[in-house]
Structures are given as C-alpha cells and as structure tokens.
Design a protein around this ligand. Structure first.
Ligand code: HEM
Length: 136
C-alpha cells in the first residue's frame, strides 16, 4: 500500500465520465472504466458514483468476496491522508486470491461410481449362487 500513488478527492473528481470513470471505495482509488460493461448490475450505477466516494453505496449492496477482490484489481492508488486499518494496509490482490483459493476443497474421490455395485451387489450374487449350489 505504501508504494501506491495518492490522489486528492478533487483529482478523483476529474474522472467522472463513461470513458474515464474513477471512484473511491474504502480509501482505494479505482479506475473502473474497463469494468463498466462487466458490472453485473449495469454501468449506470457506477457512472452515477463516478468521481466520488462510493464506499457507502458499495457496502449497502453487500457485494460478494469476488467483488471485493475485484476492487484490488482496479485500484490505481489511494486517497490522500486516508487512515487505513492494518488489515487493509497489508491486503494485496494476490493475497486475497490465495485466501479465496484456500476456501476451496479439492475432493479427490478416487472411488469409481460402480464401486457400490461391486461392494454390495456382487457379494449378494455370489452368496445367492453359493446357497443355490449348496441346497438345491
Ligand atoms: C469497482 C467497484 C465494483 C465492483 C468490482 C462491483 C462488482 C459487482 C459484482 C461482482 C456483482 C455481482 C454480485 C456480487 O458478486 O456481489 C455486483 C452487483 C451489484 N453491484 Fe456492484 N460492483 C462495484 C461497485 C458498485 C457500486 C459503486 C454500486 C452502487 C452504486 C454497485 C451496485 C451493485 C448492485 C445494485 C448489484 C446487484 C446486487 C444484486 O443483484 O443483489 N456496485 N457488483
């Protein structure tokens, strides 16, 4: 975070068009121009927030972890004199992706699907043959 470029609110406010759209979320200055068309809720909401601090709006939606990770992808700097907390300071895109990945459980299921058949049906068939042979 320390090597990030810092911007004043008025510098951010200059980027408020569809072709050049910036805003601030949690002290991070974001250039979302390339993300406008990708935003699942459309570009209008983002353009409305352009040039401003959109932290409240962003948090009010209750965006997912993926959305929070995207913030780091579009970050171009920080807001001047913004007091980041320790967790925020150390956050980086790579770290968050790793945190995200560690939540995945890779289920290595080596048992083939027909194992149920082999385990239960085959012994029954053999038992059937055995008793038929023995008693009939
Ligand atoms: C760079 C900033 C933003 C990113 C990366 C982002 C990303 C996303 C993503 C990925 C979704 C899909 C749902 C989810 O995963 O949470 C979403 C939904 C949405 N976003 Fe954003 N968003 C941003 C900023 C904003 C802002 C500033 C607003 C409001 C002013 C906003 C309003 C919404 C709304 C209303 C939805 C739909 C929520 C729903 O259907 O439940 N977003 N956004």
């Amino acid at each position: 975070m320390a090597d990030q470029k810092s911007f004043t609110p008025s510098q951010v406010a200059r980027h408020k068009s569809k072709k050049d759209c910036w805003f601030v979320i949690n002290g991070r200055v974001l250039d979302v121009t390339k993300f406008l068309e990708e935003h699942p809720a459309g570009e209008e909401v983002l353009i409305e927030a352009a040039g401003k601090d959109a932290t409240k709006e962003f948090n009010n939606v209750g965006h997912s972890k993926e959305a929070h990770n995207l913030l780091l992808k579009y970050q171009v700097g920080v807001l001047q004199n913004y007091a980041f907390n320790e967790a925020d300071k150390n956050a980086s895109f790579v770290e968050s992706v790793h945190k995200e990945m560690s939540a995945f459980v890779i289920k290595d299921d080596k048992m083939p699907k027909y194992s149920t058949f082999l385990e239960f049906v085959l012994p029954l068939v053999f038992a059937g043959f055995y008793f038929s042979y023995r008693y009939l």
